[in-house]
Write a protein that binds this ligand. Sequence first.
Ligand SMILES: Nc1ncnc2c1ncn2[C@@H]1O[C@H](COP(=O)(O)O)[C@@H](OP(=O)(O)O)[C@H]1O
Ligand SMILES: [Mg+2]
Ligand SMILES: [Mg+2]
Ligand SMILES: [Mg+2]
Length: 357
Amino acid sequence: MSPPPPAAGNPYRAEHAAAKKAVALAARLCQKVQQDLLKLDVQTKADRTPVTVADYGSQVLVSLVLKMELPSETFSMVAEEDSEDLRKDGAEEILEHITKLVNETVMDDGSYSITLSKEDVLVALDGGRSEGGPSGRHWILDPIDGTKGFIRGDQYAIALALLDKGKVVLGAMACPNLPFKSIGNHNGGSSGDQVGALFSATIGCGATVETLEGSQRQKISVCSINNPVDASFFEPYEIRHSMRDCTSSIAKKLGIQAPPVRIDSQAKYAAIARGDGAIYWRFPHNRSRLTVWDHASGSIIVTEAGGLVKDASGNDLDFSKGRHLGHEGGIIATNKYLMPLVVEAAQEAMKQEGILG
Ligand SMILES: Nc1ncnc2c1ncn2[C@@H]1O[C@H](COP(=O)(O)O)[C@@H](OP(=O)(O)O)[C@H]1O
Ligand SMILES: [Mg+2]
Ligand SMILES: [Mg+2]
Ligand SMILES: [Mg+2]
């Protein structure tokens, strides 16, 4: 399969190429860490969620590549991690390790002759503190989405997007553990295929998947199932990340027969975008706020693959509000046939569960 020529008339061509390069390089660092699976390198953040040397290293590498590839552009990034915990007493060793990993990955790649100091690493991490918002351009990065999956040895994604005047215009997502062709039924695991996939999309130009090295590339599109009885659905692997009472009630209302496929991270959006399944939904407990980096990249990949991404009331997601997403009640990604049916079932289920008044 030879790669199709780059889309003509794509105003984000340079950014698209830089974003793909950034997530592919970050994926190499993550793969290395996951192979060693150094549980000792897992820290717990103030919000009690885990973070690893790979989350930090990935964020540093993505910032580095974007700055090197797009030197004339103003750099603003809304990213998940920052240097706060690494500046605390006792974090010297972990900072040293991150710096070493980043420098080794840059050296192995050979694109840049640059060596970062520990201070450079801290400064690069803090380059992700932008508030984003409705004006200007901002990169949005989740350096490892699905850290819990990453630690378990399961699915995770390096998810990058570009926001331009409040709208997501580009997404690039590396999924190092996702089969290149299609997933089987078991939590995103390999079905003997080549493993590793890089999904990307720019507004108006469609969505593609390629191997992490870029040797094979193809256009992707969402499935065309229009009867929910034939649909399968993805939801978070982690029980705390979505209300399963609510989602099983929605599945029942829709007459869905297939059991849920539970996988970590925005790999769920990617899998929906290429038609591995029909629906991805998540209904967070306590209507907790969602962050833009958990959805920006995945949502444009799905919409450019011909799908829709809405909140539980059927509204578009609003990425222009800063670090948190404007949405109501939950997130649904599916095709245009199923979306109205899923929104209707979600509204009913949420009323019954007492989540909506
Ligand atoms: N209690 C909770 N409820 C909802 N989402 C949560 C959560 N704890 C963590 N998350 C979010 O869920 C993301 C993972 O998505 P998924 O549940 O689809 O695998 C996490 O991203 P990180 O792993 O980047 O921190 C985190 O932002
Ligand atoms: Mg996290
Ligand atoms: Mg995340
Ligand atoms: Mg993350």
